[in-house]
Design a protein around this ligand. Structure first.
Ligand SMILES: Nc1ncnc2c1ncn2[C@@H]1O[C@H](COP(=O)(O)OP(=O)(O)OP(=O)(O)O)[C@@H](O)[C@H]1O
Ligand SMILES: [Mg+2]
Length: 337
């Protein structure tokens, strides 16, 4: 029995087959476009991940699918992301452990599980997203805030049991939408979230487009000041929602407070959280916030499968013991008669 940890995010899909190495690609699907010429001789029906991103960034007339939006699966191309993850990992799992937003409905979870099972022929385990990171960090009691691209998910666990949680339909996308508007107004060009991330994260990044016969470039320094202002008010909004969730909780639980997801890696975010929670607790960030959920799902699946194996072998030993016992009893009864 093999299993994988799979975290299909709004912006990135992350997957692991060993609980150590994580494959990551953009959650993008492009269905094959008809080209007048193909110089490589290759034509494909569906492009996923990096390949799809290249097409999306260099051609304007193709239909680009980002199958997740605000924590919901909005397009069936979702399954292509799962398939691509499995193919990239070069494995044939029998179990896929994955996550959905805390406030997803039971129906959504059932549908997701059914569709993966039917189309990929695997068993499915679904966890509330931030639980992955807590499991990865070996914490069974604590608070975790997962700032993704489309949603921010928060959860409180005590002894690995769900106490409460919430999903905010505001992730890094809110920040990026605002910065994109600024860039559009300044330079008249649109950028993909992947390009915006590079522009914000790398100090010497520069990005260009040809517009109306001219070369237009945007540099990190062009947006830095606006970014810091927007980022602070964004963190403030998330922090106040987290504080609402923490109201009344025991301080013992809040001692483990983790901020994860790619949002935790954006410049200044950890510091802004530390500032917002300085009266309450310290902020911990996992060593790999983007991959931590996938790694945690892997661990959880491993533990569940181990438990199942043990239960199975226990009941098998019991059965063989009973089988052995039965004929003796019968023999005994026979003798009595
Ligand atoms: N070095 C980095 N590489 C990629 N993304 C980064 C980096 N640093 C920060 N980010 C941010 O992390 C975001 C992706 O985070 P993450 O993978 O946790 O989101 P997601 O899981 O796709 O979204 P969601 O959980 O909302 O569905 C990017 O949109 C980007 O803003
Ligand atoms: Mg995520």
């Amino acid at each position: 029995m093999t299993h994988i940890g799979l975290d299909i995010g709004t912006n990135y899909t992350k997957a692991t087959k060993d609980g150590k190495n994580v494959t990551i690609f953009p959650s993008i699907v492009v269905y094959g476009e008809e080209k007048d010429w193909s110089l490589t001789g290759k034509t494909k029906d569906v492009y996923v991940g990096e390949e799809a991103l290249n097409i999306a960034q260099s051609l304007e007339n193709v239909e680009v699918f980002r199958p997740l939006h605000e924590g919901r699966i909005i397009h069936e191309s979702y399954i292509e992301l799962a398939r691509h993850a499995i193919e990239t990992l070069k494995t044939k799992p029998s179990v896929v452990a994955t996550g959905l937003p805390v406030k997803s409905s039971r129906k959504e979870r059932e549908e997701l599980s059914e569709s993966i099972k039917e189309k990929l022929g695997v068993e499915v385990l679904i966890f509330p997203e931030p639980v992955g990171t807590l499991a990865y960090m070996n914490m069974d009691t604590g608070v975790c805030v997962d700032i993704g691209f489309g949603t921010t998910d928060m959860i409180v666990l005590s002894g690995m049991e769900y106490l409460k949680g919430d999903t905010m339909l505001m992730g890094a996308d809110w920040l990026f939408d605002n910065i994109e508007v600024i860039i559009r107004n300044k330079a008249g060009i649109g950028l993909t979230p992947e390009e915006l991330t590079k522009l914000i994260v790398n100090e010497d990044y520069e990005i260009g487009r040809i517009r109306s016969g001219r070369r237009i470039t945007i540099k990190h320094s062009d947006i830095e000041e606006e970014y810091i202002k927007l980022m602070r008010s964004w963190v403030e909004r998330i922090a106040s929602r987290v504080k609402l969730m923490l109201e009344g909780l025991s301080t013992a639980i809040v001692d483990n407070m983790v901020v994860t997801g790619g949002g935790a890696l954006l410049p200044g975010v950890k510091e802004a959280f530390e500032d917002a929670f300085k009266e309450i607790t310290e902020i911990k960030v996992p060593d790999n916030p983007i991959a931590a959920n996938a790694l945690g799902y892997y661990r959880l699946a491993e533990a569940i499968m181990k438990e199942e194996r043990e239960e199975k072998s226990e009941s098998e030993t019991k059965e063989t013991k009973e089988e052995k016992k039965e004929p003796e009893e019968k023999k005994g009864k026979g003798k009595k008669k």
